[in-house]
Design a protein. Structure first.
Length: 156
């Protein structure tokens, strides 16, 4: 075979291989983008539970107990309106017969990612509701800034 013909065939082979690899990479990137888009669509297809003046930000499981702490954001400037807390509790706890815990904050940046809180997160806690039938507990404690007249307010 002629050297020019061999060189031409090798060049053609390399170019076709490069085109196949490039198409494969593009397909993989497109598949990854589609998966991400589907995940975002799935997440946004179920809006977070909310009501007037409040929004559930996340629910965090207590260990592996099957019991959850609901983390709720209260609308700015409405922290003293106890009807907002009641509305959230009625909505989030209505189907819970044994256990329901709901904690409230006014700034989302202080809402914990897990059930335990840092000192700073605790300092910004507006209210903590706990219902535990087994332990005989059903209480809500408000921060002193929300209910300054309470003898049992959460002092920061």
């Amino acid at each position: 075979m002629n050297i020019k013909l061999v060189a031409f065939l090798l060049l053609a082979l390399v170019m076709s291989w490069s085109a196949v690899a490039s198409a494969s990479d593009e397909a993989t990137e497109n598949e990854a983008e589609e998966v991400v888009a589907e995940e975002v669509a799935e997440e946004s297809s179920e809006p977070l539970v909310s009501g007037i003046g409040w929004q559930l930000i996340r629910s965090v499981e207590l260990g592996s107990s099957g019991k959850f702490v609901n983390m709720v954001l209260i609308e700015q400037g409405r922290q003293a309106d106890k009807t907002i807390y009641s509305s959230a509790l009625n909505r989030l706890c209505r189907d819970e017969k044994e256990f329901c815990r709901v904690r409230f904050w006014m700034q989302e940046r202080f809402i914990p990612e897990k059930a335990s809180m840092t000192t700073v997160q605790y300092q910004h806690l507006l209210a903590d509701h706990l219902f535990n039938r087994e332990a005989g507990i059903h209480q809500i404690e408000y921060a002193c800034s929300v209910d300054p007249t309470s003898d049992s307010c959460i002092a920061h």
